[in-house]
Design a binder for this molecule. Structure first.
Ligand code: LMR
Length: 387
């Protein structure tokens, strides 16, 4: 029965996790998968998350089913974190999803259900999982250049050229902040132009906000998304809590859809629930319940904000230390979030791994959090030796 299946390659990024773990060399450096790390290379459970888990454990008296929408209080909190002073209802609907990937998949399936085979414009490079998610939903991806690796800069002209070539009714997938893999974000002025273009040309924004708070701040990192959602009557927003709450394996995310009218919201919402039911029936509860518990407690929110600010400052400090080495690292302090994309050949990436125990994605993407101000120099030296 399964003879027709072709062998699939292991996910190259996730494969790095095992390769790194099995490397016995002391001083090995992991710049692979996008998780936050402290100076010791550890990905901690955030203090406020741990405290909320304790609180939940003491108060939770049932694990009975919730429904395909998941934890409604969680979705309301995430709508406010992402979009500011909003509430679900009226023209905005939202559900909890299994991580940002679940949100993207549900959003893609909703778009496909409404407009089968529609074109989604995707800047490249992008997160390697974006194209398979769109393809799995039956959507057609049209790529365009977002970033020039050699000069390490965002190519805004090519972005605008693509948005001006898109037809009314097409979809534009955009990273809300902390672009993965380049760290090259739009300025507020550029977001303004993008928002006006999407709105005037009738292109549906499909926004992916997976790193809010790790770029410049919770409000600043959402400013572009908010501008687009204000300008466009309809929009889809996939949200991930993996990084800013550090709940990666708990799989916590949300999908929000802004519609043209309350009547549309009802129809869209019923379709989201039907798709969720057919995909995962309902999202895993724990992470969403923990974050809802955290958000309901002002002291925990304050501590979470404090720790998130420290995490962001750590990334900015490492970026400054790297950029001081110049060369291919010279523009790393202009980029935001966890990632930068260095112009390295696959051969250089391989030599860094084999000769220097430095692990990174084959594309040359580094997770800045895998370094420290101390190891930045060692990484720069290894890089020089391989170039
Ligand atoms: C990454 O890009 O490293 C993260 O978003 C983890 C993932 O699922 O790929």
């Amino acid at each position: 029965f399964f003879q027709p299946l072709a062998q699939q390659p292991a996910d190259a990024l996730l494969a790095l996790i095992g390769m790194f773990r099995n490397d016995p060399r002391p001083g090995k450096i992991d710049l692979g998968v996008g998780v936050f790390r402290d100076d010791a290379g550890h990905t901690p459970v955030m203090r406020a998350v741990k405290a909320a888990e304790r609180k939940l454990w003491e108060s939770q008296d049932s694990k009975s089913y919730l429904g395909p929408e998941g934890n409604v209080a969680f979705a309301r909190h995430m709508a406010r974190l992402a979009l500011g002073d909003v509430d679900l209802g009226g023209r905005l609907t939202g559900v909890q999803t299994p991580g940002g990937t679940g949100a993207l998949r549900l959003g893609a399936e909703l778009i496909a259900a409404s407009r089968p085979g529609v074109t989604v414009w995707v800047g490249t490079p992008t997160w390697p999982n974006h194209p398979p998610i769109l393809a799995a939903a039956g959507l057609k991806a049209q790529s365009y250049k977002h970033f020039d690796p050699a000069s390490q800069t965002l190519t805004f002209d090519s972005v605008m050229d693509a948005l001006n070539r898109a037809q009314a009714g097409d979809v534009a997938l955009l990273h809300g902040c902390c672009h993965n893999p380049t760290g090259a974000d739009f300025s507020l002025e550029q977001w303004r132009v993008i928002a006006d273009t999407l709105s005037s040309r009738g292109i549906l924004p499909f926004l992916d906000l997976a790193y809010q708070g790790l770029g410049l701040g919770m409000e600043q990192d959402a400013a572009g998304v908010r501008m687009v959602m204000d300008a466009c009557p309809e929009a889809v927003l996939a949200y991930s809590c993996d990084k800013n709450f550090g709940v990666y394996r708990d799989r916590v995310g949300a999908l929000f859809v802004q519609t043209g009218s309350a009547a549309d919201t009802d129809r869209v919402s019923s379709n989201m629930l039907a798709l969720a039911r057919a995909n995962w029936s309902m999202p895993p509860d724990h992470g969403g319940a923990v974050i809802a518990t955290l958000m309901d407690d002002a002291a925990l929110v304050a501590d979470w904000t404090l720790e998130l600010n420290t995490m962001r400052d750590r990334l900015l400090g490492i970026r400054a230390a790297l950029a001081a080495h110049g060369g291919v690292l010279g523009r790393v302090d202009q980029q935001r979030g966890m990632f930068s994309l260095l112009p390295l050949s696959p051969d250089v990436v391989k030599r860094l791994r084999e000769d220097h125990a430095v692990y990174m994605a084959g594309s040359g993407r580094i997770n800045v959090a895998g370094l420290s101000v101390e190891t930045a120099g060692r990484f720069a030296a290894a890089l020089n030796a391989c170039l």
